[in-house]
Structures are given as structure tokens and as C-alpha cells.
Design a protein around this ligand. Sequence first.
Ligand SMILES: [Zn+2]
Length: 418
Amino acid sequence: MYKNIFLTGLLIFLCTGLFSQDVDYARSTIATLASEKMHGRGYVKKGELKAAKFIRDEFKNAGLKPLLDDYFQEFDININTLPSKIDLSINGKELKAGTEYMVSASSPSIKGSFEVIYFNSDEADKRELLDFYAENDLSDKFLLVAGKLKDSIFKYRPENLAGLLLYAHKKLIWRVSDAYQVSPFPILYLKIEVAPEKIREVDIKLKSKFIEDYETRNVMAYVPGKKNPEKFIFFTAHYDHLGRMGRDVYFPGANDNASGTAMIMDLARHFSKENNEPDYSVGFIAFGGEEAGLLGSRYSAEHPPTDLENIAFLVNLDMVGSGSDGITIVNGKVLPDAFQAFKEINDEKSYLKSVKARGESCNSDHCMFYKQGVPAVFIYTRGKEFMEYHNPDDRADRLPLTEYEDLFMLLVDFVNSF
Ligand SMILES: [Zn+2]
């Protein structure tokens, strides 16, 4: 009896000691980051600053040390924002922002009633489109382009246009990667199901605010290593998201990337606990400015918190809220030894359904460090159970976190295998 109790106690100690992954902590962290009070972790109402302070406080509470003099690494960005109410009516009928239409983040301010002129590119080629621009005065008109040239319209955009109107056939998505500047006219993406057969008139009121040298930041901390404290393994994840599109719409960004942020915060708590101290130092960076063009990781790779040669490995997590189909490792094909290590651990422990390798892709923050010669991978989860992306439905209450524990343990084992 005594022996049994002792063994049970030992097992509990080993389990909690080795893997203190805490899915409840992750859920509450994601709920906080994706809540409306963080305004989508963008630049309207300083949502990203609220998120950064929250992450810093959590790092501090877990006993982590700052990597620089402070936990914050500030950098400046230029960003166009849409802070005020957006009004849009088509043929006199008011539409709902976020679900019925999106307006490009680089939009200038615009107000008024505009005639809509059609160009159906199914029946025309590029040459005819350019002729059409030359022949028509479009300066007070919205141009609706439908058909096969719809996606290449950005290459052949006219200068003298009030606005561009495009149909969205799939679910609407938004992005801020073009918001480093103000474009000459707004682009409206209209959900095809709510578009009347013939669009005659667009009534729009939209105010944009371009902010130069907006100060934002990365949040960085670390747990010193026991054996090789000068060598680092980094876990990174961007905490910023798209922010607000007008007064009424915010993008929660639960999967993108409150999920990855929560996981690195949970890993930080794990490695800071007694008995879990790693041999190498483990660094954590929550990047800002990712959605605006990988700006936080670019700054950090150019102003690294430790010599880049001392970074033995970097794992970037971005969108890890699903997982029923396993994970994909970007750079797995160019870093075969690391990929093999992940795969072997996974096979041995039966964590995830599959671990797939991809080649190089500059699609998240690992890229900026990889370009500087740091062995770096980007891991995301795969699974049809959650497909919301860059829309207002990427919400915390819907995020399944299917393979949260297994991915967490795979990452811990990976560090311990170093
Ligand atoms: Zn994103």
C-alpha cells in the first residue's frame, strides 16, 4: 500500500515534472489575447501594446529573465489604419463590414456616392483592359472587374480611379501586409451572395489614418541553461494580428497567432520550473509586426538579443490550434537532421498523426533568422476541424486545440534531446 502510494506519487511527480503542459492555461491565454479588449492586437487603440504588456507580465510571473535590458525590444513601423466607422451601401442597401464586405487596409479616406462601371475580363484580355482605362474617365467611378483577370488586376491598376470593386467567391479574408502605404484608391471585396445582379451605385464613408513611425515591440525572455548557458534554443511566435477594420469589426486572431503565443508562454512556464531546467538556454520571442510584413522578426534578426552563432536552433510556431492531420515543418526539407529528430520522437511516442516536411518558405517569422544563417523551422498544425483564417470567426471559443498537448510534449522532448 505504502509502496503503491509512493509509486503513484512518483509517477505524478514525473509526469508533472517532465511535462507541465497546461491546456487550461493555453485556453485562458488565447481567450485573453483574442478578446475584444485587445482590439485584434493591431494598431487601432494600441491593441498590440496591451497584448505585449500581458505577455511580458506572464514571462515575469514565470520567473524568466529579460534577454536585453528590458523585456521589450521596440521598433518603428509605418502603418495605415481604419479606426472609424465605415459606411457602405450598394444600390442604397447598407452592407455589414467583415461578413458582407472587406475594404483594403491601405485604403485612403473617401466619402461620397459613385457610379459603378463594369469590366468583364472573361471576354477581354489585358490589352483591352488597358485600352479601357485609356478610353474612360474613371476618376469619379468605382470599377467592378469580374472574370479571369480579377486576380491580376493589381498588376494593371489604373491611377485615375475612385475605387475598385471585386467579388469574393470564397469566405472573405483581410490582410494588412499592404498597409505600409496609402494606396491611391480603396478596394472593396464584396461577398458574391450579397451582391445585387446589377450594381449601379456605391455609397461609401471611410476614414483612414496613416501613422508614421508607430512604436511597437517584440517581447523577449529566457531561461538560462544548466550546462551550456551561452548556447540558445529559441521558441518564437508572433502575437500581433490584424487589429480593427473600422469601428465595428475586430479580428480576434485566436489561431493566428494567439495559439502559438500561448504555447511559447506555456513552454516558458515549463522550462522555468524546478527540475525542468534545460541544458541549453531557452529563449522566447513574441514578435510584433508580423502581419504587416514580418517586421518584428526582421528587426530582431538584425538586432539579435544574442550572437546569432549562439542560436543552436529556432522553432517558430504560427497557427497551432488544430492538428487532427498532424503538423507541417517548414524548412524540414532543408534541415533534414532536425526534421528526422522531430519525426523519430514523434514515432517513438506516438504524439501526432503525421509530421510532414516542407521546403523553404518566407511565410512566417522563422524566415528572417533563417536568412541570417540560423537553423530555423516553422511549425503549424493541419486539420479540417478549424479552417478560419484572417476573418472575424478566428475566435477563441471555436478553437479546438486538438493536438495542443502532443505538440507541446514533442517540443519539450526536442529540446531535451539536444
Ligand atoms: Zn496571419
